[in-house]
Design a protein around this ligand. Structure first.
Ligand SMILES: Cc1ncc(COP(=O)(O)O)c(C=O)c1O
Length: 502
């Protein structure tokens, strides 16, 4: 026998025939699942309630995990108790605890018990809601939740499906996807407009002339959307407070028009990543409308604050926008991923992505959204459950309290910082973010951050604007208390003492 045949015969003789008998269970049985899941729920609650006591920043080295587990998957099942034991041994040493009150890096990512439970149900239903018929509840709950959420933040009714117009919302995975989807919709719209004006121009000619805009402070995902969408995107200088003004946007658009280019898309950021600055939507929006430029509003982090009426002045001009996005998975207690996006006229996006093979068609097409046309992937989870559970089990008032508490903690930290004359606050304290630095050369603040993160008791990341390096203290955890702010400030101040001693 040649080797291949020998292996085949050996492979067949190795097959455990018992396992092919449908009456012999190969699955975990329901009673065992219940024990496993209940144990896990206890573990999760203990983990989160005691998260403050763990070192926030993992100190493992790259490659730490491989030696801790076998080289290959087990041939026969292990017990769930063994799996549970390995969570502390294998996983937790390499976890950075994003939900610790000592975590102040990036922006928050949300976490709440109602959202975790909703994800369990979503995992059980495990449908792929790419079209209405693929699981009507998945689509219909999403449509209604995006209306609830839109009303909560005071979005103009043109964005809401319940208004009976064209508008509506969708849950994307991330703000980056929303920016790209909006860009592709804007691109499709402009190409169609230009083709009508210049029927002799090829699509490639038109695309080569398209140009989009964002503030120089916009998130890196905006630049990436330009690269992925195959169009030019320009960073327009923000003002001294890091906010994009209408005048600057208009000057850039006019210049490009003079140069024979075709302005088609602008991203207005409400709450920039560097410093949580707010572009002037009420100035940029009308400029976009005047020049036929699609306005997309990226409020990934700060958009959640618009559930509090006192912050809505920052979204003035929203009626001029074509699309709006914020992440409930950042600051509204809905676990990742849940990025809410609204479009005034989704048909541009729907048409840009409309590929309709027979196996995805259904008789009800057109009477409810088929969300596969609103996004980049085909598959989508039942994410609206997380929103539904969180909105019902917190209620708007408790969600507002969550936002207001975080803003209050930022003010508390900023006051501690101001009271120490070695430090300065950079720019305004907006929302739950404080940007601060040691007075003097950048190197001092760079060293400060190295010391802080090296101690591992709290975690922050830096940023730099106009060559000024600073530390960002973001309030991230729903468990944060005033004492945690004092602790974090103490850590900063101790690290500063070490630098001063030198
Ligand atoms: C203003 C802004 N836009 C976009 C993003 C990207 O968010 P996502 O990870 O959801 O793509 C961020 C992330 O922090 C952000 O702050």
């Amino acid at each position: 026998m040649n080797n291949n045949l020998e292996n085949l015969v050996k492979g067949i003789s190795d097959i455990n025939m018992d396992k092919l008998d449908p009456n012999v269970s190969i699955d975990m049985e329901a009673p065992e699942f219940k024990d496993f899941a209940k144990t896990m729920v206890d573990y999760i609650a203990d983990y989160l309630e005691n998260i403050r006591d763990r070192r926030v920043l993992s100190d493992v080295k790259p490659g730490y995990l491989r030696p801790l587990i076998p080289d290959a998957a087990p041939e026969t099942p292990e017990s769930w108790e063994d799996v549970m034991k390995d969570i502390e041994r294998v996983i937790m040493p390499g976890v950075t605890h994003w939900h610790s009150p000592k975590f102040h890096a990036y922006f928050p990512t949300a976490n709440s018990y109602p959202a975790i439970v909703a994800d369990m149900l979503s995992g059980a239903i495990a449908c792929i809601g790419f079209s209405w018929i693929a699981s009507p509840a998945c689509t219909e709950l999403e449509v209604v939740m995006l209306d609830w959420l839109g009303k909560m933040i005071g979005l103009p009714k043109e964005f809401l499906a319940c208004s009976g117009g064209k508008g509506g919302g969708v849950i994307q995975g991330t703000a980056s996807e929303a920016t790209l989807v909006a860009l592709l919709g804007a691109k499709a719209k402009k190409i169609e407009e230009i083709k009508k004006l210049h029927p002799d121009w090829s699509e490639n000619t038109i695309i080569s002339k398209l140009v989009g805009y964002s503030s120089s402070q916009a998130h890196s995902s905006v630049e990436r959307a330009g690269l992925l969408g195959g169009v030019k995107l320009r960073g327009v200088p923000a003002d001294k407070d890091n906010r994009l003004r209408g005048e600057a946007l208009e000057a850039a658009i006019k210049k490009d028009l003079e140069d024979g280019l075709i302005p088609f898309y602008a991203v207005v950021t409400l709450g920039t990543t560097n410093s949580c600055a707010f572009d002037y939507l009420d100035e940029c929006g009308p400029v976009g409308n005047k020049y036929g430029v699609w306005i997309h509003v990226d409020a990934a982090y700060a958009g959640a604050a618009f559930i509090c009426p006192e912050y809505r002045h920052l979204m003035k001009g929203m009626e001029t926008a074509d699309s709006f996005n914020f992440n409930p998975h950042k600051w509204m207690l809905v676990n990742f991923d849940c990025s809410a996006m609204w479009l005034k006229d989704p048909s541009w996006v729907v048409n840009a992505f409309n590929v309709d093979p027979l196996y995805l068609k259904h008789d009800m097409q057109g009477s409810a959204p088929d969300y596969r046309h609103w996004q980049i992937p085909l598959g989508r989870r039942f994410r609206a459950l997380k929103l539904w559970f969180v909105l019902r089990l917190y209620g708007v008032q408790n969600l507002q309290a969550h936002i207001r508490r975080h803003c209050g903690y930022a003010t508390q930290f900023a006051d501690l910082c101001r009271a120490d004359n070695r430090f300065e606050i950079v720019g305004d304290v907006n929302m739950g973010l404080v940007c601060f630095r040691l007075k003097g050369a950048n190197e001092k603040s760079e060293k400060l951050l190295r010391l802080i993160n090296g101690r591992g008791n709290i975690h922050m990341v830096p940023s730099k604007i106009n060559d000024v390096y600073f530390l960002r203290m973001a309030v991230c955890s729903r468990f944060t208390k005033p004492e945690d702010m004092e602790y974090s400030w103490h850590e900063v101040s101790e690290a500063a003492n070490d630098i001063c001693k030198e």
